[in-house]
Every structure is written in C-alpha cells, then in structure tokens.
Design a protein around this ligand. Structure first.
Ligand SMILES: *Cc1c(COP(=O)(O)O)cnc(C)c1O
Length: 349
C-alpha cells in the first residue's frame, strides 16, 4: 500500500521554522511586534486601511459582527452551504442566521435568493468565497447592506480587477493549519472605516481598560504571526503551484464523466479546493480512492439548513450530494499528483 495522500496538508519550509524559532529565542511570545508587522503587511497587500489579527477565523467573524454593531434581534444572511463557523459566529452575537441557497455553478451565494430573504431586520450579508472562487460581490452590493467577506478559503485572487477581501465593509480570513496560508490557528479582519478598526482592536483584548464592557481574548501570538509573515511572502508561489496542479487535473479529467470547475471569466479561481461533481456515484469514487490511499472528501460536512431542520435549498442539496474534493495543495509531490490523476482515470475506465 502506498503512503496516504491526505485530503489537505500545510506547506511548510525551513524558513517558516526559522521564523518561529527566532520568536521563541527572543522570549517575546505573545502579541507584539511580529503581530503588528503581520497586520501592516496584510493591510498593504489588500490595499485596506487596517488589519486586526485574531486567534481564529471564527473569532474574526465574531469581532466583525460586533464591530458592525449587530446583536440580538438582528438578522444576518449567509449561505446554507458553508462551514459551521459562520452559523456559530452569528449565534455568538445573538443574531438570527437567515440561510439562503447557492448558485449551483459557483457554489457561492445566489444573489436572487439573497434578495428574496431580506427584511427590515437584515443588518449584514456574510459572503463566503468558497473553495477559492470569488462570490458575486457586485450583485450582492446592490442590496445596500454591509457585506462581510469571508475570505477563509479565497485570499490573493481577483474579482473584476479588485482583490478579494478589498470590497466588503469588512473581510475576514482564517489561517487554520490547512488554509491557503497557515499559522496553525489564526485569523484576521480588515476594514477601512476608522471606527470599525478601533472597535475591532478594542474588542480583541480585555486588559488595562477604564470600563468593564464585554471584551475578549482573541489575540494572535508573535510565534503565529512570524509563521504568517513567512507564509505571506510565499503566497504567490503557493497560488501558482495550485493553478499548475488544477490545470493538470482539468486536462487529465476533461474526458471523464465528472463535472469540473468552470469559473466565470471575470474572476480568478485559486483552487483552495478542487471540487468535482460526480453523479450519482460519489461514495463509490470516495471509497475507490480511499482503497488507493487517497483521501477525497465532501468539501462541506453538512449544509446548515439540515442542522436547523429547514426544508428547501434545492441547489445546496444537489451540490452537497454530488460535490467531491480531490486533494490539491502546494506540497503535493509530482508523484502524488500522478497517483491522483491515475486513480480517477481508473475509476471511470
Ligand atoms: C475555516 C473557515 C472559517 C473558520 O475559520 P477558523 O480559523 O477555523 O475558525 C470560516 N469560514 C470559512 C468559509 C472557512 O473555511
């Protein structure tokens, strides 16, 4: 049996190790100079006024909602086809999550469904850019509500000549171990409005304040920020490698009875996930790959409307039952890429 190809894996280097080791040697481990540098480089990279580092993407979402002064009784729109972190963050602030269906071709929020779900109580729209593909930001901006871009899976790409994460009132990021850029756990919120940035900074840390308002300990450490800085420098190379592998897959799989990603022309796909649509034998392909020590996964564990026992969501249901994520990350070796290609070709042969 060949060695297992995991579904995802971080891409780490000797330079990453050195960067973290230097922080440990310095004895300054908690939030300090490295976090500030990471925030500055991040904001500059996206062309935003400021960035506030957090200890997870979920914490970033939580702070983003609070900074927009969203609370009990407010409604927040998000897709059903997204990870649980989004639902949890909306619940943290006591708001009501309003789930909507996706566009079955992009797997992102369907603007028409969003329009139908808006009420006087709606205070914001969480817009995940899923699997590396930017969502329809312009079509969602027409509703005039604050957009919270969830860039946890899409960071460094372009949508109609603007950077993903530069459009929404706020944008959040995750640096979980297997995201596009990793710090183990970690996150970031970016914004332009000075009052939003001030609230984000205020809420992240509880210490040495003149009042006792509710605040959190959501700080990133300098050890993590050093890793983040080291990874940020290599992000263009990471994305290049992802594009190369995706191009190989697209070519190799083009004759197979599976549907491949087909991004709209006005945006870049970063291939955080390489998601194919397989019908009706998704489980059999997953098992076949597993027997060859290749781990393929449903890219979303379970749609949120199922947790909430809500009927409907036909596009989400259809996509969930057919979408399978094939391993694609910069640390895949050539041999591993060949094995994955050959596995899919054998399955469909
Ligand atoms: C990973 C992820 C999050 C949560 O980030 P954590 O760092 O794991 O808390 C939120 N939204 C999306 C779309 C994600 O992929």
């Amino acid at each position: 049996m060949p060695a297992l190809i995991p579904h995802s894996r971080p891409t780490l280097s000797e330079a990453d190790l050195q960067a973290v080791a230097a922080v440990i040697r310095s004895g300054q481990l908690a939030q300090g100079q490295r976090v500030q540098e990471f925030e500055e480089q991040f904001a500059t990279f996206l062309g935003r006024k400021g960035a506030v580092a957090t200890n997870s993407g979920t914490a970033a979402l939580h702070l983003a909602l609070l900074a927009l002064e969203i609370g009990a009784g407010d409604a927040v729109v998000c897709p059903s086809y997204v990870c649980m972190a989004v639902l949890q963050a909306i619940r943290y602030v006591g708001a009501v999550p309003v789930l909507v269906d996706i566009d079955p071709h992009t797997f992102n929020l369907c603007p028409r469904s969003v329009g139908a779900a808006l009420t006087a109580k709606t205070k914001a729209i969480v817009v995940p850019h899923l699997f590396g593909l930017p969502a329809d930001l312009d079509e969602l901006a027409v509703f005039g509500l604050p957009l919270i871009e969830d860039c946890a899976q899409t960071f460094g790409g372009q949508y109609r000549h603007r950077k993903v994460g530069s459009v929404g009132t706020v944008a959040i990021f995750s640096f979980y171990a297997t995201k596009l850029l990793c710090t183990g756990e970690g996150g970031m919120v970016v914004a332009d409005a000075p009052e939003i940035l001030a609230r984000l900074r205020d809420l992240r840390d509880y210490d040495e304040r003149s009042d006792d308002r509710l605040r959190f300990n959501y700080k990133l450490t300098d050890m993590q920020a050093a890793l983040g800085l080291s990874q940020l420098a290599r992000l263009p190379a990471f994305l290049q490698r992802r594009r190369e592998i995706a191009a190989r897959y697209c070519l190799a799989f083009s004759g197979l009875p599976v549907q491949l990603p087909h991004p709209p022309e006005d945006r870049e796909h970063l291939y955080y996930r390489f998601v194919i649509t397989v019908s009706p034998h998704l489980d059999s392909l997953q098992d076949f790959a597993s027997r060859q020590a290749i781990s393929c996964r449903r890219p979303i564990f379970r749609p949120l409307h199922r947790y909430l026992d809500q009927p409907g969501f036909p596009a989400t249901e259809a996509v969930w039952s057919q979408a399978l994520s094939i391993p694609l990350y910069p640390s895949l070796t050539e041999e591993e890429v060949e094995r994955i290609i050959s596995c899919l070709q054998q399955w469909t042969a």
